[in-house]
Ligand binder design. Structure first.
Ligand SMILES: CC1=C[C@H](O/C=C(C)\C=C\C2=C(C)CCCC2(C)C)OC1=O
Ligand SMILES: CC(/C=C/C=O)=C\C=C/O
Ligand SMILES: [Fe+2]
Length: 558
């Protein structure tokens, strides 16, 4: 299929869209997009509608293959999405459990270039939403670009217009540079490219998120259409928040880092409202700025506030060219801390110094009680990168695209913080199990959501089968037995496994685990594993390989 190059000569306005709408109509369209993939053409309502969707050709992707020592790497994980959107039914191999009814939504940075200009970091890409709709053993896949202001402006002007994770728009001249600085301070130049995750609020609204507050965007889970900005209806201000709020049917809890008076505000929002309410505040204990707080855990009674020695850095925010640690700085002398805030009173119940740590993702946390039922400690688990920040650099696209058989993924582990609540000054950090169990790779985790904040046994994540340059296995961690069971498809990259509990289940691991795989042939497929045995129960090939996605959520059938 001819693709419209995302260049000065291409048209992204409605005339082209209309032309394509007419041109790519009906099932014929599917074939032209798919090539030889086995996609059923049954008249499923959604699929039928979907097959009539305009298949707008996207920016031409950057080179898709990378020379390696042995062979050509065709992996699509690190290359831009092929087209703006697609939807259709997939042929299922194996059996999708009939109880698995609902939609898995996944978000991630899926478009990494503007015309000839290639972005440099995984986290810079424009958001690509993917949906896997499971219904009575059948599976419909769809993907669509998120229509953020940043994405729309890039398409319209064919250049970067907002500050992304590592990319910064080039000022035209000195005066515009001064203007850009003003925009930076007001937040006007920050991106709203919500490419990190997607959550379902208790009231049913589905919101895409990233680190910037303005990058909170409501989408329709059925069509993946961008509905509009999620406006927070309160006076907290600020420009950034944790990219991973804690979201349940009852609440939305988030942390707002304060870069002026280093600290964090803990806030809570009720379903059906857009108003975050104040829970409490933690002042940082070290360093010139708060630690990066990409995620945080909660227990039944507490919000756990990590203060990582990898701290936000005002100078790096202002720089035009990325530094090795991007918007952050490593401050080992400033130390690392974990703070525990009571959800009900907002009071700080513990604040302990812990060994240096680096983490993107907390897995879960819970309270440990003594014989009399008194809470004596908090346990908080995370994907911990052995206090080594190099993982941030390893997520550069050039690095991800150039795997040559060398083992270059830095080691990681399930880091377990033990935080005493008896007034002690220090907490501990240790590996929850031997990292060899999961090939010393560890990130992109999920749990059975019914165990959020509670003592739990199982975590699902990505581990490593070495040599590799990125986590390449799905791993089920048993924190009681301290064992892991690993799933691996040689040469492929799986995305974050998501656990869905079987309705009525009483065992923690009774359910299914969903992931999407980029395989070594350049294809991709949805994968369903049994939550207990961790064996494959079904897979369904995509029409083409999709870019890597970060985080997702489950929207159960109503
Ligand atoms: C991880 C991860 C990266 C991605 O970040 C996206 C952006 C736009 C982040 C921007 C910023 C920071 C990381 C630090 C503080 C400043 C600011 C520029 C907002 O989203 C992710 O989840
Ligand atoms: C992809 C990743 C972090 C994503 C943040 O949202 C980490 C991968 C390697 O450990
Ligand atoms: Fe994340």
């Amino acid at each position: 299929m001819a693709s419209l190059a995302f260049s000065a000569t291409s048209t992204w306005g409605s005339p082209t869209y209309m032309t394509l709408l007419e041109k790519f109509d009906g099932p014929k369209n599917d074939r032209s997009v798919f090539g030889k993939v086995n996609c059923k053409k049954r008249d499923l309502t959604i699929a039928n509608v979907a097959s009539k969707l305009p298949v707008v050709a996207p920016p031409a992707p950057p080179p898709t293959t990378t020379k390696t020592v042995e062979n050509e790497c065709k992996l699509r994980a690190w290359t831009s999405i092929q087209q703006e959107r697609w939807e259709g039914e997939l042929e299922v191999e194996g059996e999708i459990p009939l109880w698995l009814n609902g939609t898995y939504l996944r978000n991630g940075p899926g478009l990494w270039h503007l015309g000839e200009y290639n972005f440099r970091h995984l986290f810079d890409g424009y958001a690509t939403l993917v949906r896997l709709h499971f219904e009575n053993g059948r599976l419909i896949m769809g993907h669509r670009q998120l229509e953020s202001e940043a994405y729309k402006a890039a398409k319209k002007n064919n250049k970067l217009c907002y500050r992304e994770f590592s990319e910064v728009p080039k000022p035209d001249n000195f005066l515009s540079y001064i203007g850009d600085m003003a925009k930076l301070f007001s937040g006007a130049s920050l991106t709203d490219n919500a490419n990190t995750g997607v959550v379902k609020l208790g009231d049913g609204r589905v919101v895409c998120l990233t680190e910037t507050i303005k990058g909170s965007i409501v989408v329709d889970p059925a069509t993946l259409e961008t509905i509009g900005k999620f406006e927070y209806d309160d006076n907290f201000g600020g420009l950034i928040h944790s990219a991973h709020p804690i979201v349940t049917d009852e609440e939305f809890i988030s942390l707002l880092p304060d870069l002026i008076n280093p600290g964090y505000t803990v806030v809570r929002m009720e379903p059906g409202t857009n108003e975050r309410k104040y829970i409490g505040r933690v002042d940082c204990r070290g360093g010139p700025a708060p630690g990066w707080v990409h995620s945080f855990p909660v227990t039944e009674h507490y919000v756990i506030v990590p203060e990582m020695p990898l701290r936000y850095c005002a100078q790096n925010l202002l720089r035009a060219e990325p530094t090795p640690l991007y918007k952050f700085e490593w401050h080992p002398k400033s130390k690392g801390f974990i703070h525990v805030v009571c959800k009900a009173s907002g009071k700080l119940v513990a604040s302990v110094e812990v060994p240096l740590f680096v983490t993107f993702h907390f897995i879960n946390a819970y309270e440990e009680t003594d014989e009399d039922g008194r809470i004596k400690a908090v346990i908080a688990d995370c994907c911990e990168h052995n206090a080594d920040t190099t993982i941030l650099e390893k997520l550069r696209l050039q690095h991800l695209r150039s795997f040559n058989g060398e083992d270059v993924l830095p080691d990681a582990r399930v880091g377990r913080f033990i935080i005493p609540l008896d007034g002690s000054r220090y907490g501990k950090l240790e590996a929850a199990l031997n990292p060899d169990e999961h090939g010393k790779g560890m990130d992109m985790c999920s749990i059975n959501p019914a165990y959020l904040g509670k003592k739990y046994r199982y975590a699902y994540a990505c581990g490593a089968q070495r040599p590799c340059n990125f986590p390449n296995t799905l791993t089920k961690i048993d924190l009681f037995e301290k064992k892991a069971k690993n799933w691996h498809d040689e040469g492929s990259v799986p995305s974050e496994p998501l656990f869905v509990a079987r309705p009525g289940a009483t065992r923690e691991d009774d359910g299914a685990v969903i992931s999407m795989i980029s395989d070594k042939n350049g294809d991709g497929y949805a994968l369903v594993l049994d939550g207990t045995t961790f064996e494959e129960i079904a897979r369904a090939k995509f029409p083409y390989g999709l870019p890597y996605g970060l985080h997702g959520c489950w929207v159960p059938k109503k």
